[in-house]
Design a protein around this ligand. Structure first.
Ligand SMILES: [Zn+2]
Length: 102
């Protein structure tokens, strides 16, 4: 794992942790999945859910050694972009050309 991956992984894991108060389901209810209650009353739930998904995808790409490449054109995302947005999926050119992409 390269330096940028290590760095990004730490940032992503820290942000992921900050999105959850507690990642474990409540005691006494083994059937409960955290996704069912964690966001139940949170108006930001959809935003948080999407951010967690983006973070998880980035972490998966790091593990699979695919991190840092644009998902659209395959080109490098660039160090600056990864530092600013560790979960970025597309390079600046692609994110500007494809509507709806970050
Ligand atoms: Zn691209």
């Amino acid at each position: 794992m390269g330096r940028i991956e290590t760095e990004a992984r730490e940032v992503l894991l820290r942000r992921r942790r900050s999105l959850f108060i507690d990642e474990t389901p409540p005691a006494g209810d083994p059937a409960a999945r955290w996704s069912d209650y964690e966001f139940a009353t949170d108006p930001l739930s959809e935003v948080v859910r999407r951010e967690v998904a983006a973070i998880d995808e980035a972490l998966l790409r790091i593990e699979q050694d695919r991190y840092g490449s644009c998902q659209a054109c395959g080109g490098p995302l660039g160090l600056q972009r990864l530092r600013a947005l560790p979960e970025a999926r597309y390079c600046l050119a692609c994110s500007g050309n494809v509507p709806g992409l970050e």
